[in-house]
Design a protein around this ligand. Structure first.
Ligand SMILES: Cc1ncc(COP(=O)(O)O)c(C=O)c1O
Length: 352
């Protein structure tokens, strides 16, 4: 499957990381390429990003730019669990399925334990049981951190109250709370919550802050709300090969991303494109809408001939992961209403 465009139409729905970069971010990179800067994060743009993040989150933060969301997750989780710990993740979790063992690698072997719930979200009941499972038993890994994906892998979102409740359960059991926020902006605009409400005010200790899927080129960040983790995160960030010497390029992306609410505008647009797609797909009786997607993901079931027909016409999306007929389409800031309409026209044509 290709993510390419044909006749100027975006036909790629495999992931939002197939989108290019926002012009504002491309311009910031061009500007950052001129002249000299201090290496390894001691430059002015990196300092400005730290200050901007503190403003956005309304809290002092430590910010560590990284090149991938997997690196953010792995390094953050390694700081929150010992090697004999367990990381509690939903079975759909990116950390459990799509990182080729990055968390296990960075934690030196901590175990990912699956904690279930509908719509890719961990339930309080399941977390309550998992958080104390075999606690103190020398023969078992020790529950150490709960990791919540926001927005979740099938497009649902944890409400602020749900994050609050899960964090409380985790903290009461002595666990830390990590949020995989690869699509944090999409969740924020879906709920119209503030970054503070969705993270530290709801009990999140460390956040993997996504930007690459929503306008940046190659920049995500670890954002820590707990100053006691600063030193350990600093060394793990360096040791994990993420302290790039030309850090100002990643910082320039994050800086532009946060300027004039670009991140929220992009996410609002991406969510709107998914909503446009969902609303019109739902009109076809052959299509069953699944889950509870609220962000920039469409999760539904297509008849096999529709999957084959769309793939045959060059539309790219996952239909091989969630069971027979279940498809997962991701929209981004790069999709335009006309792109969505071309896909919808193809759906109507194939279904007859
Ligand atoms: C939920 C989630 N977390 C993290 C990531 C980060 O992935 P990567 O390492 O490709 O940047 C992704 C990317 O698909 C994701 O969907």
């Amino acid at each position: 499957m290709s993510e390419g465009t044909a006749a100027g139409v975006v036909r790629g729905y495999l992931s939002d990381n197939a989108a290019g970069a926002s012009p504002e971010i491309a311009a910031a990179m061009t500007e950052a390429a001129v002249g000299l800067a201090s290496p390894c994060g001691s430059d002015d743009v990196s300092k400005r990003v730290g200050a901007r993040m503190a403003e956005v989150f309304e809290h002092p933060v430590d910010v560590f730019p990284v090149g991938t969301g997997s690196a953010a997750n792995g390094i953050a989780l390694a700081t929150l669990t010992p090697p004999w710990g367990s990381i509690l993740s939903h079975p759909d979790g990116h950390i459990a399925n799509d990182e080729a063992g990055t968390p296990e690698f960075f934690t030196h072997g901590a175990k990912i334990t699956l904690v279930d719930g509908p719509n890719s979200k961990i339930t309080p009941e399941a977390l309550r049981a998992a958080a104390v499972y075999r606690r103190g038993n020398l023969h078992s890994v020790q529950p150490s951190v709960a990791s919540l994906t926001q927005a979740a892998e099938t497009g649902s979102v944890y409400t602020v109250a749900e994050i609050h409740e899960l964090s409380e359960i985790a903290h009461e059991a002595g666990l830390r709370v990590h949020m995989d926020g690869a699509r944090l902006a999409n969740a924020l605009v879906a709920l119209e919550a503030t970054p503070a409400e969705m993270t530290w005010q709801a009990g999140v200790d460390v956040l993997s802050f996504g930007a690459t899927k929503n306008g940046a080129m190659t920049a995500d960040a670890i954002v820590s709300f707990d100053p006691s983790l600063r030193t350990e995160l600093s060394y793990r960030h360096k040791r994990g090969g993420q302290l790039t010497s030309k850090m100002w390029f990643q910082s320039a992306q994050l800086d532009a991303y946060l300027t004039d609410d670009l991140w929220l505008r992009n996410a609002r647009h991406a969510n709107g494109m998914a909503e446009r797609l969902r609303a019109r797909l739902a009109l076809h009786p052959e299509i069953e809408m699944l889950g509870d997607p609220r962000a920039n993901i469409v999760f539904c079931s297509f008849p096999p001939m529709l999957i084959d027909g769309l793939h045959g016409r060059g539309f790219a999306f996952h239909a091989d992961r969630w069971g027979p007929g279940v498809v997962h389409l991701v929209t981004s800031f790069a999709h335009q209403p006309e792109d969505i309409d071309v896909l919808l026209a193809a759906v109507a044509d194939i279904l007859g």
